[in-house]
Design a protein around this ligand. Structure first.
Ligand SMILES: Cc1cc2nc3c(=O)[nH]c(=O)nc-3n(C[C@H](O)[C@H](O)[C@H](O)COP(=O)(O)OP(=O)(O)OC[C@H]3O[C@@H](n4cnc5c(N)ncnc54)[C@H](O)[C@@H]3O)c2cc1C
Length: 460
């Protein structure tokens, strides 16, 4: 008997582990619920709810294929290898199939699982289904990982044009008579996620709708939070309800000359998928950043202010800067925040308030429905100027100017800040009782972050 082990790949299409398992013999499936591990990873209650819904859709789809899904609860990843091997022995499993993940605890879990399975003479087959290209394969002529996004992206595009097979794996063949798999309940706090797609079918519909209606305007509209101009596929990508490869494959179906740089909107959207790719490759090749380290070692010399009251005000959307406050309320009320606003809020926390980016990274992860370790860490380290190809340290967003530029009529701000309803569009962007004054904050940040520059000059 073959066993496919699901994790953040909650789909039956473009799932090489599932496909290969079914090809090799009668297949059954397993999923481990790990409440303590998820709490330790700060998985947001709204993402737990989405995960529960996605798992139930998956279990129905597997049932239709005649594949039984066994769900086992343990506390943490460390408990999995022993339970897995016991399950395999009890059920006469000869081979386990899974898709790899990029985060450091997940990689450790797989190494440990591989060891115990191999001691028990059970095969463990890992596939790569999360990235477009295997991490470690997009390298310079010297064989090193790119440290700057643009050459990384260009190398990816070349590989996508020439050598990467972008055809998604088909759904596996039916294994037997339909099975009714039991309902799955995740024993953790949940926040209703029903506004978001949770099945493969819904994710695919969202992708097609975005490709048909929005992607051609993406480059012009994506920065305006009042518009619904982005795909909102992040939550599905984070849980593997849809794969990055499927996104690019269907985008290419609609825009066949995309990889040659034709079609501006789709090219810019593909760029964003490649930022996701960039952060994943960095994560695999620099596992220390998965454990809280700055990507740039020089950044350890930044002296953070880390004021608790400022942090609480930022979390609650009470900084006095309308765009920052509306954005934080969007996050708190909906579990999602627009990309432009993620950049503005992260810059404000790290530069204006001089609060360690790790505090913000954790808060975002605890609230985002699309919380994803690699993209979140990459985004925070980018904004804090501590990351790989990050924002230069002296670039400090002016929240008032960002507001005027990206929400000129205040449409977004008015949704989340009731008290600003009556204020005219000219006044709307100005801070009221700000917790920190912009000019002062800017000077303070420049001084604190200048350690990055000072050390560069010393050749450090
Ligand atoms: C501080 C900060 C924290 C972030 N945290 C997360 C996170 O936890 N999870 C997450 O998926 N993204 C994160 N991002 C990236 C980005 O903000 C979101 O991916 C995007 O807003 C999701 O909206 P969308 O699905 O409509 O994306 P679209 O604009 O439609 O883009 C399509 C997909 O490309 C990927 N993508 C887009 N922009 C980026 C980017 N800058 N970096 C990496 N991948 C990108 C996402 O998977 C996204 O769903 C963060 C960015 C910042 C600045």
């Amino acid at each position: 008997m073959e066993l496919v082990w699901f994790r953040k790949d909650l789909r039956i299409n473009d799932n090489p582990a599932l496909y290969q398992s079914c090809l090799n013999g009668p297949t059954t499936a397993i999923y481990f619920i790990t409440p303590e591990q998820w709490q330790q990873h700060d998985v947001a209650p709204i993402q737990i709810d989405l995960m529960q819904r996605a798992l139930n859709h998956l279990s129905v789809q597997l049932g239709k294929l005649g594949i039984a899904l066994q769900v086992i609860e343990v506390n943490s990843f460390v408990d999995i290898p022993a339970r897995l091997v016991a399950y395999c022995k009890q059920n006469n499993i000869g081979n386990v199939y899974a898709n790899s993940e990029v985060e450091v605890d997940e990689i450790t879990r797989d190494i440990q699982s591989q060891q115990v399975l191999s001691e028990a003479q059970i095969g463990f087959n890992l596939y790569q289904a999360d990235c477009l290209i295997n991490p470690g394969e997009v390298v310079t002529k010297q064989g090193d990982m790119y440290k700057v996004f643009t050459p990384f992206k260009n190398c990816c595009l070349k590989m996508l044009r020439q050598e990467v097979n972008l055809h998604p794996y088909p759904a596996p063949v039916i294994q037997g008579a339909p099975i009714e798999n039991p309902d799955i309940l995740l024993p953790l706090d949940k926040i209703n996620s029903s506004a978001w797609p949770a099945s493969e079918e819904e994710a695919y519909q969202s992708l097609q709708k975005f490709i048909n209606l929005h992607v051609e305007d993406y480059h012009e509209q994506r920065d305006f939070p009042a518009l619904s101009a982005t795909s909102k596929l992040g939550p599905c990508l984070a849980l593997g309800i849809i794969s990055a490869k499927q996104c690019v494959y269907y985008l290419l179906q609609a825009f066949p000359t995309l990889l040659d740089g034709n079609a501006t909107g789709p090219v810019v959207w593909l760029n964003e998928i490649l930022w996701r790719e960039f952060y994943r490759h960095i994560m695999v090749l620099n596992p220390h950043i998965g454990k809280g380290a700055n990507y740039n070692p020089k950044a350890k010399n930044i002296i953070w202010n880390n004021n608790d009251e400022d942090f609480v005000a930022w979390c609650a959307g009470k900084t006095g800067y309308p765009l920052v406050d509306a954005a934080m309320r969007q996050l708190n009320e909906t579990g999602w925040m627009h990309n432009r606003l993620r950049m503005v809020c992260a810059s404000f926390l790290t530069k204006h308030l001089l609060i360690d980016w790790r505090w913000g990274e954790k808060y975002f992860k605890q609230h985002l429905i699309d919380g994803d370790f690699a993209s979140n860490n990459g985004g925070w380290q980018w904004a804090a100027s501590t990351g790989c190809d990050a924002q230069p340290y002296f670039r400090i967003f002016n929240p008032t100017l960002q507001s005027k530029k990206f929400d000129p009529n205040g449409e977004f701000i008015r949704i989340y800040l009731q008290q600003r309803q009556g204020i005219n569009s000219k006044q709307l962007h100005e801070p009221i009782k700000p917790i920190v004054e912009h000019k002062f904050a800017r000077q303070r940040a420049l001084l604190s972050f200048s350690v990055l520059k000072a050390q560069e000059h010393q050749g450090g």
